[in-house]
Design a protein around this ligand. Sequence first.
Ligand code: PEP
Ligand code: MN
Length: 338
Amino acid sequence: MIIVLRPNSSQAEIDHVLDRIKELGLKPHLSQGEHRTIIGVIGDENKLQAEPLQAIPGVEQVLPIMKPFKLASREFNKADTVVAVGKVKVGGGSLAMIAGPCAVESREVLNEIAGHVKKAGANILRGGAFKPRTSPYSFQGLGEEGLKILRDVGARHDMPVVTEVMDPRQLPLVEKYADMLQIGARNMQNFDLLKEIGQSKKPVLLKRGMSATVKDMLMSAEYILSEGNPNLVLCERGVRSFEDSTRNMLDMSAVPNVKGLSHLPIVVDPSHATGRPDLIPSMAWAAVAAGADGVHVEVHSCPEKALSDGPQALLPKRFEELMDRLRRIAEVMGKSLS
Ligand code: PEP
Ligand code: MN
């Protein structure tokens, strides 16, 4: 439910509404804009009836939100949310160009890749220090050492950094080094992790689960938002399908679909979606043309030596070409790259 207050409502009236909601065992979510104050009500709406609330002084309108996701819905917030990752803005016309290797492997390799992607126009550096691998015998990431390298290399190339958190126990450590916390596809419905990250102040990149619907993804977003963290960017990275010529099936319609349903920014990861460097550039271009707020691409200077996801890594030169055309598409779409 959304409670819209009158433009001239006093602080005492606002506090009164907030108290009333809390008395009913529900959680108010205050959003104070320049002209309007809106209060979202989180919890079992059956405890709340619109009519009595409508009678409280200062209340203009009480609106039910029909969608099961409330704070994530476009109904709750008409304007596009803009998420700040360091000095980079994501959403509302600003594109995130997230690039880097799948995993942080060494300071030298990351530094080389970061130099290339920065020069080509990337504005956020990625790299996993805790890797969710299918096999326990595969490279699992460098852990804290990888986080330190990522932070240092990001600072050296003046890029904020994003890296994955796989477990709530890793959160305090990852928060120390990362500018943005990534929740991987395999953890999109790890609800304890979502709740924990919802209490963090750091922006979050939430990747769509490989067998999750768009609605499931927005419900996961709701877990984070309802814990108090509004700095959320969604990521379409393909879903499992019968098609076996690509790693996953990229659901490009998820971009305008999410835009209609939600105010949250959404980026597209054509690397994990296709698993094929020959398809990544065209899917990145298509993503921006579809209205995405950025792309997320794995780049490696020597894919054959990469410790994870080498076969899908784009060479720096190809990433540069991707960026050159992407800039022109961004211009047509009225988007800018910071
Ligand atoms: C990754 O970004 O390296 C990753 C593991 O992605 P996903 O969770 O989408 O598979
Ligand atoms: Mn990867």
